[in-house]
Structures are given as C-alpha cells and as structure tokens.
Design a protein around this ligand. Sequence first.
Ligand code: H79
Length: 691
Amino acid sequence: MLKVVFLFLLGVQVAYGQVKPDSAWMNQKFSMFIHWGLYSQLGGVWNGKPVSSGYSEQIQSHGGIFSDWYAAVARDFNPVDWDADAVVKLAKDAGMKSVVFTSKHHDGFCMYHSRLTDYNIVDATPYKRDVMKELAEACRRQDMRFGVYFSLIDWHFPQAYPISSHNADPLTPEHYEYNLRQVEEIMTGYGPVSEIWFDMGSLTPEQSRGLYALVSRLQPQCMISGRLGNDCSDFSVMADNEYPDYKMGVPWQTAASFFDETWGYRSWQERGEVADKRDEKIRSLIKVVSRGGNYLLNIGPKGDGSVVPFEEQVLLGMGKWLGKYGEAIYGAKANPFDYVPEWGDVTARGNNLYLFVERGKCPERIVLEGLRGRVKRAAYLGDGVLNIAEEKGVWVVYPVANGSVDSPVDVICVELEEGYEILPLHAWVAGRMLTWENAVPVNAYSSMDYYTGFRSVIAYNWMIKTAVRQLKPVLFYTEEERGKKIVLAVDGEEKEVVLDGGSRVKTQAPRVVWGNIFWKRTGGLLGSIPAVSAVDGVPEGEGWQLCGDLQPGLKWELPVGERRSVLFWQEMVADRDGDVVVEIGSGNGVMVLLNGQVVTTHSAGRGMEYNKEKIILPLKKGKNSLLIKVYNRFEKHLCFSFQPESGLSVFRLETEIYPLKSGSWHTCGVRLAHPETRNSAMRLNNLKIRY
Ligand code: H79
C-alpha cells in the first residue's frame, strides 16, 4: 500500500527541537578550550623525568603514578598567578566566543567546589578557591559564553573502572550515579553553561540518554557533545585534533591542542616559532569553518595558573588576523560548492563568497564552477580590487599572488547580486536513475564511543535536468528497506513515503565469476579507507590470507582484539554492467566499498555481535573489487559471512506527482523521515529512484 503524506517543511535537513541547536553556538566558530588541573602542576614531569608517552593531562596513567602519590600533588597546588579575568580577556582578544573549562578530567580531581568529594580545588589545595566559579563569573562580566568539559571516566572514584590503556571504559552504576550528581552540581551552580563537553568512557545507551536528559532538563539551551556516546548529543566531535575533509549536515566541532602530543601543560614541549603556529592554527580554523564546524582551540595553563606566553602570543596573533578577516569567518556558512577547490577553501555569508587561497597553490585563474548569478565585484578583503569575468557562463577570478597582508592565505571576497545559486556539479545526473553512486551525500559523524566513530550518510541529494513540468518518481527498494519511512523532496517539496508494497520486479543479474575471499587484520577505526591493489584476483601487500574454510552464508569467527577490524577482499568479474545482491554478515560495524567507492558504513551498537544485511552491488563489466571492513568493538570474536544471492528481487513503488519549478535544473533529495538520531547512518544504499 502506498502512503504519501504531504509535508510543508522547507528544505530543513534535520528536524530539530525548538531550543537546540542553539544558533549562537553554531555561529561561535572559534572558542577556547582550557585543560587545567592537578596534572598542570606536574607539567609532564614525574620524578624529575619527562613522561613522553601519552598526553600530559594523563600523566597519572602514562607515568604509572600511584593514586595516593598523585593525590598528594594537590598539597602543592597553589596557582597564585591564576587570573580568570585575564584568561577571559585573552580569549576575547583572540576572537573567541566562548570558553570551555575542564571541571573534572580523567584523574577525577575537580576544579570546582564539588560537595560529593573533597578531591577538589577548594577542599584539597592550599589555594582553596573555586576557580571554575571565578571563570564563569569572569565570562559573565565580559559577555563571553561559558562551557564545561566533564570526563566520564574517573581514576579517583573507588567504584569506577580502573585505569585502562584506552579510556573507553564502561561506567558502573555507582559511578554513573556519581557523574549524574556532579553534572547536576555544575549545571545548577555556575550560571548558564553554553556547552557541556563530555569526554571518553563507553556508556550504555540508557546512561547516555540519562545524562542527556538531566542536562536538557536543567539547562535546555546547553549544547551536549558527541563524546557522550550512543549518538546522543547536540553536536558531533571529531577525534582529538582531527579535521574532516568533508562537510557535515549537522552541528559539529573540531577540538584541537597546540601540539598534538598534549592538552595539559608540558614544561619540556618544543614550541617552535609563534608565527608558524599562528599560521597553522589560522589555516585549521579556516578548514573547520569552511566545512561548517566550530573550532575549539586549547590552552594548557601552568600549575601556577599563568598562561604559557607562547600560547598567549599565538592567540593574540589569531585575534589580530580575525580583526581584519573575521567577516569571512563569523556567521559564515560552509563552502557552498560541492567540491573542495585545489587552491584552498571557501565560506559564504549573505551575498558574499570568501575564497581562501593558499599562497603556494595560487592559480592564474580561479574558476567558480557551478556558480549561477551576477558578480558585482571581487577584491582582497580590505585591499585591492581584482579582475573577474564571465566566460562561457562560468565566472573566473584573476588573483594576484600574495594579495593579503598579514595573512598566511590570501582572502578574496566575491560580492554577488541577490539571488545567486550554486549548483552541485557532481550530482548532475545524466541518466534517469538516481542512486548512491551519483548522489551528493549529506554527511554526519556517528559515534557510539570515541573509537566507534565514522562518517555517516544521512541524506542523498541529486541535481537533475529535465524539460518536463512535473515528475512522478518511481522508487525501487529491497526487503532490507521495507517499512522505512522516507522523505522524498523534489524542488524543495517534501513528501513522506513508506517503503512498503508496490509490485515485485525481477531483473536479470549479470553473470559473475566470484573470486576467492581474502582477509587481513587492520586498525580500529571504521573511518579510514584502505586502498587495495590486486594481481590475478589476489590482493598485494602483507598479511592477506585466504578465507579457507568460509562457507557461503555461514558465520565465520575470528578471535580479534577490541576496537580492531578485519578487511575482507574479493574480485568479481561480470560479463556486463548490472546489479547483483550479496548478503553480508558482520559485527559491531561494517564498511563496504565497491571499486573504491563507499556503498555503506554503519555501526550496530553495543552487544550486537552479528547481523546480516543484503546489499545491491552495481557491478561494471569486467573486474570489480569488493572490500569489506568489519569492526569489532568489545566482542571476543569478530563474525563475518558472505553469500551471493541467486536472484535480484526488488519492489517497484510509484509515488505521487511533484510539480517542478521553472528552469531546466531541479533538485531531488532523500532522507529518513524519522532517523533514530541526527547522526545515525540512514542506510538507504539499495534505494533507487527513476524519474
Ligand atoms: O582531554 C583530552 C584528552 O585527554 C582526552 N580528550 C581530549 C580532549 C582523551 N582521553 N583519551 N583519549 C582522548 C583517547 C585518545 C586516544 C588517542 Fe592518541 C588519540 C589515540 C590516538 C589519538 C594519544 C595520542 C594516544 C595516541 C596518540
């Protein structure tokens, strides 16, 4: 039965609640992270020797320090040079819009006056002052937003898990309860909190939901970080110091430290030149903002409370840069083009496009492919006007090298007339069948815990060219998608469709010679895409083994460590182009690549050791390579199965008529009507749309 519901939503990618995401948070762009705690007093040194493994804020773990010896550091922790107002002023001068402070790091030492433990800055140190309260008040005085970091693991709380190598430990019921009560203290005693940056641990979905609900009840505006786990969050957080090379359709953030090796103060850090670091961090800020994210840059004050002069100088340098170039950053949207140009990055604000051109890569002509509209003017921000011309319908800017003063990259502002458009080039579908292969995916970042994070796909968009005045798209789906409710949008008009019913169609699959399946152990994260080359159906490189006793469709178990993956590879030779269906059994997460292109990536959540799914593979005539990465989170075994299906059975479902707007180019998009979470992979890779 066909169910179509009309919706009058306007192009909103994800249905948000009323309060969140907080638009002020989305527009912050640049904020200060502060890692300050007992560890700062040690500055990366124990027993007179530098502890070089691990981050310095985790010196208790990496330095193998007994808990009582570590706790004793508090007796000498007397940060007489701490000046909350000066720190907030520095953040302001740097052009930052909020400050996020470590209320409690993994060591369990509270930098605020907790009533639940005396292991805190007021009760356990000679300083006896609630520095977090001082910071919150300084923020309020200086009109700066205030946020907190809160470690979900705790090496001091007796009923918590002991120190592990990975920090992704579960929470015992007592520890979870303790965290709830501490979070309640923080959310009720320190005024408005703009974001809470939960970190590490590996919570059950119920625990993540419980903390999310508590924070939302106490402070409905407060943005909650993705590190809470189980995709229960208001914004996604990349791995430490990770910069995604893709845009996201959800609020997200990169948190970065001055040096990848540490967040907490490290006295023996080799720092290099201020100007180099300033330029590096300006580039990072541009990279994040041009992909739609917020940049959270960390400082690690010393044990005496003072800010490291190197860090202060870098921040002031960034503030100076933002003073001149900030209009290209604040309030700016992500690169509106569907490609990242070779010469740099792009942001957009109002009727302006901002082009960030890398000095070494400055081309003679900057071709703004996909831009439809009229250009008023192009100029270096604040400086010289540039030549710009429309050549065969494509706008071309003629840059001059080193056009921007005091900036590591040239910043060009292209002013456009109202009503310009940017067409997604890579989704101009020539044929009439829309699939994952020719879609522009809308990305998000899904994370069950720190290590089970990956680029998820939450929508597909296409650009189609047709002269007709209306469309009646036909959907093709498989058993795998049956029952899912999707939103199909054409030229902005959205209708809900339930993938159910329709007529069964059988299509002729190509004849395929299935090669041998090989396997190989690999690292943990789902996110990295390995390239495999092969000769005569055998993968090249170390470590590949033949799956000798793998029987079609039967579960194959391998003993594999936690947070590790196994790659499976095989070659398929098809006698013509065409679809085949395979059934793949996998564990906690799986990524499937056909001929180097990602078909699907998803995780299965905790405790889901093994499940099967059917996947359509659009083969090309001749050799095809199939790479499957199966991820093991916490299970003892990794499970896999593989079976080619004999026939390809799909359902053909007609939709209602969509009127088209004038013009020959039209948009089409699909997503789930009710995604489980904003970041969950939608898993519509078998869906096809014919128009
Ligand atoms: O507070 C900071 C870290 O102490 C905390 N998150 C940031 C904001 C953190 N705790 N544990 N982890 C992060 C896990 C990180 C593990 C790794 Fe790595 C980071 C693995 C690879 C990159 C550290 C650096 C270990 C190897 C390299």
